[in-house]
Structure formats: structure tokens, C-alpha cells
Write a protein that binds this ligand. Structure first.
Ligand code: IPE
Ligand code: IPE
Ligand code: MG
Length: 225
């Protein structure tokens, strides 16, 4: 049986969820933040799950209307301040992937505080992908490695990336079948699951069903079984 040690989720469909109810898109982001908490708590309670990486803001999401971007930044700050207690209570360590330099000093400070206050936690790792793009992540890694005289190896590359952990199970909600620049290197042999459920409607029950299917897949990694 496969173990879903590292689950990565593209949390898509917030805007459509809100629009379907005649609400503003940002209401979908608010509802989505609540689902992050529920899914994180579920994962923290499963011993085999070590890491949950959640796509929260891509390097391409800056193209959105200024007001939506500003709302997302405020929501992130609020979410982190609110969640600190839950994270600590559940022994969850908070990490991020992505280039944080683009965020306001205030938001960077909040992120740093939550990282520091949960750094001793040794249960689940919740890693938020913030201003994250796999191409940007790989370029930053290559630019830093090119200073070395030696040829770049697989190990050197893996160690230089923001996310150093191969993905076992990658899920995208919201009905689209694409990766949108998420963890391209780390998902080389990930099992991909796509669901039409919009992120604010996603539940731990559905996640549980996906994990059950995942455990039965034959993963060959290019070899034979
Ligand atoms: C995902 O939901 C959240 C972010 C990208 C921040 P969307 O905002 O992309 O929602 P849809 O895909 O437009 O419905
Ligand atoms: C991917 O969703 C990014 C996040 C979930 C944060 P998008 O809504 O930005 O992706 P596209 O534009 O549909 O590919
Ligand atoms: Mg989307």
C-alpha cells in the first residue's frame, strides 16, 4: 500500500464558488481559508501524512485586479494570526515555499513569527506556497548553483529548491486539469487527482476517498512490478 507522506493541493475554484452564489469573488477566498484549516487538521490527525503543501498564491496571481490581490494579502495575514494557536495545539510546523521578498514587510514579519513559534513542532508540516511558481523556484536554484565549478547533480538541485520533498499525491480542485506552475520538479512521479469540487466545498471526507484510491495505485517509478 502506498503512503501519502507528502500531499500537495492546488486549491482552485474560490472565485467561481462565490460567483455561483451571486457573491463577490473575495467571499470565496474567505470560505476557502476555512477549508484550509479543516483539511490541515484532518492531515495532522493521520500519522502517515508528514507534509501538506498548499498552493495559496502563484507568481502569476499578481496579474489579478489590484483589489483582489490586496484582499488576498490581508486575508493571509489574518489567517496566519488566527491559525497560530491551532497550529501549535496540533503540533503543526509552518513553512513556506516561494519568494517572500515581494510581500509587504508586515506580512513577511507575520509569516516569520508563525514559522518561529511553530519551529519546535514535529507533527505535520503545513507548507504554504506563497508567490510560488515552479519555474521561478528552479531558476533561483540554478542561478545559485551556477556559481559552483562542478556539474549540477540531481541531489544538488533538489537541495537548492524551496521544496526539497517529492510529492506523493497531488490534488487539484475546481475542475481544471493542469498544474499551473506548481511543484513541477517535485511532482515528477506524483499521482495526480483532479476533482470538480470547488475548493470551498472540498471536505476531509473527499480527501479521505482520494487517499484510499491513491493507496491502491501501482506506482512503478519507471521500473516493473
Ligand atoms: C484559487 O481560486 C485561489 C487563488 C488562486 C488565490 P481562484 O481565485 O483561482 O478561483 P477560480 O478558479 O477563479 O474560481
Ligand atoms: C492556481 O490557480 C494557483 C492557486 C491555486 C494559488 P489559478 O486559478 O491561478 O490557475 P489558472 O490561472 O486557472 O491556471
Ligand atoms: Mg482559479
Amino acid at each position: 500500500m502506498n503512503k501519502a507522506k507528502h500531499i500537495a493541493i492546488i486549491m482552485d475554484g474560490n472565485g467561481r464558488w462565490a460567483e455561483l452564489q451571486g457573491k463577490k469573488r473575495v467571499k470565496g477566498h474567505e470560505a476557502g481559508a476555512g477549508v484550509v484549516r479543516a483539511i490541515t487538521e484532518y492531515c495532522a490527525a493521520q500519522e502517515e501524512i508528514e507534509r501538506l503543501t498548499l498552493y495559496a498564491f502563484s507568481t502569476e496571481n499578481w496579474k489579478r485586479p489590484r483589489l483582489e490581490v490586496e484582499f488576498l494579502m490581508k486575508l493571509l495575514d489574518k489567517y496566519l494570526n488566527q491559525e497560530l494557536e491551532t497550529l501549535m495545539k496540533n503540533n503543526i510546523r509552518f513553512e513556506t515555499v516561494g519568494d517572500l521578498g515581494a510581500f509587504s514587510k508586515k506580512l513577511q514579519k507575520t509569516i516569520q513569527t508563525v514559522k518561529e513559534k511553530t519551529s519546535h513542532c514535529d507533527g505535520l508540516v503545513q507548507s504554504l506556497a506563497l508567490n510560488y511558481g515552479a519555474q521561478d523556484e528552479m531558476l533561483r536554484a540554478i542561478n545559485s548553483l551556477k556559481k559552483s565549478q562542478d556539474d549540477i547533480t540531481l541531489e544538488m538541485m533538489s537541495q537548492e529548491l524551496d521544496c526539497k520533498h517529492d510529492v506523493d499525491l497531488l490534488i487539484r480542485t475546481g475542475g481544471d486539469h493542469r498544474l499551473s506552475n506548481f511543484l513541477l520538479w517535485q511532482s515528477a512521479y506524483a499521482e495526480l487527482f483532479f476533482t470538480d469540487t470547488l475548493w470551498p466545498d472540498f471536505t476531509d471526507k473527499e480527501l479521505d476517498k482520494i487517499i484510499k484510491k491513491f493507496t491502491k495505485v501501482e506506482r512503478r517509478f519507471g521500473g516493473l512490478k
